[in-house]
Write a protein that binds this ligand. Structure first.
Ligand SMILES: Cc1ncc(COP(=O)(O)O)c(C=O)c1O
Length: 361
């Protein structure tokens, strides 16, 4: 299996184009443009003395803080080295062999499932439906029990389409999976921008539901690697048994505890995104032939005009130090699709101008 392509590889672009990393504006990874909260730096400085010890393998303090924030028991939480570690742990530990992925979506679910020896089927949301997932179709298919499906993997809000399913629709999916003793795995990596739709409060009613969360995007610290998973305590125990020890380092644990109580940062980040995303979308929509999909998250999916291609445009923008995510190889999307993160006002203006120039050539 080859590695999947992801956004955010500033090192590769810097190496290939001889540009210093700090001169690249990265629209290809969906990171909070406000940067990490100030408390991150302070906490790292004071936590440095702890690196002479192994980190707490049970992440006790962090699980306690997360439990309090999420309104669940700490034994319903498992912390990982980024949610990516947990995405790979789930199919192995739960022996998931046959899965349905609702696409187009994050590629690591399919890779993790195949890596664990499982089979993958896709149901893709269609562009004609503005990428709203065909949930009724999926539920009909599940009720017909024509094919074996042990688990559904779903990203909500979805990367890269920016669409969110509401809780009542999620209930229907959860009912359908409980009915056939299957798992519903919901990746809420971008839920901070759409908190009302989180399914965490449904966990007690649905013991076969697992929720994945990430702290790397909303808190702008993908280099520190922290994610967590919520599920029934029995399921969490089963997963923990298969996790390597000490996968979450002590700096990451300390920083995560500190940021969770920074409510001002969270409020400011959401308010900024709400305002800037619509301004950015309007700017992008002003270009002829460009189709911009609505989004509840901190990124936007764009279809370029008929005569252009995602690869070409991404390449031209990269030459100017602007990194966008070429989505042309993502299953379920066409060759003209790119995804861009919503960044600062100034950076977003720069991208709109540069894209306009690219599309005129
Ligand atoms: C939907 C989704 N889930 C999970 C991840 C992994 O995040 P991390 O491992 O940094 O927590 C990503 C990263 O891009 C993502 O887009």
């Amino acid at each position: 299996m080859t590695q999947a392509t992801h956004g955010g590889n500033v090192y590769k672009v810097a190496h290939e184009r001889h540009i210093p990393v700090d001169q690249i504006v990265d629209f290809s990874a969906n990171i909070n443009p406000l940067g990490p909260p100030a408390v991150v730096r302070r906490t790292i400085r004071s936590a440095l003395k702890q690196i002479v010890h192994y980190p707490d393998p049970d992440c006790r303090q962090l699980r306690q803080a997360l439990a309090q924030q999420c309104g669940v028991d700490p034994d319903m939480i498992l912390v990982g080295n980024g949610s990516t570690e947990l995405i790979y742990l789930v199919p192995r530990a739960l022996a998931i062999k046959s899965s349905l992925i609702i696409g187009p979506t994050f590629e690591e679910y399919a890779r993790a499932l195949m890596d664990a020896g499982g089979r993958v089927q896709y149901v893709h949301a269609r562009r004609e439906d503005r990428f709203r997932p065909p949930v009724n179709e999926i539920i009909r298919e599940l009720s017909a029990k024509r094919t074996r499906i042990d688990a559904i993997f779903l990203c909500n809000p979805n990367n890269p389409t920016g669409q969110v399913l509401n809780k009542s629709v999620m209930c229907k999916l959860a009912d359908a999976m409980e009915g056939r003793q299957g798992w519903l795995i919901v990746d809420e990596a971008f839920i901070d921008y759409s908190q009302n739709q989180s399914v965490v409060s449904m966990l007690r009613a649905y013991p076969r539901m697992v929720v994945l969360r990430s702290l790397t995007k909303f808190y702008a610290m993908p280099g520190l690697r922290v994610g967590y998973l919520l599920g029934a305590s029995k399921v969490v125990d089963q997963l923990k048994e298969r996790q390597p020890p000490w996968s979450v380092n002590s700096l990451a644990q300390e920083v995560s505890c500190a940021i969770l109580s920074d409510h001002a940062y969270a409020i400011k980040s959401r308010a900024f995104m709400e305002k800037e995303r619509s301004r950015f979308i309007n700017g992008l929509r002003s270009m002829p032939g460009v189709r911009v999909y609505s989004s509840v998250a901190n990124f936007v999916l764009i279809e370029l005009p008929d005569w252009s291609s995602a690869g070409l445009v991404a390449d031209r923008l990269a030459a100017e130090g602007l990194l966008v995510r070429d989505c042309s190889t993502l299953p379920g999307l066409n060759a003209r699709t790119i995804r861009v993160a919503v960044r600062t006002v100034k950076e977003n203006r720069r991208l709109v101008t540069a894209l306009g120039v690219c599309l005129k050539k």
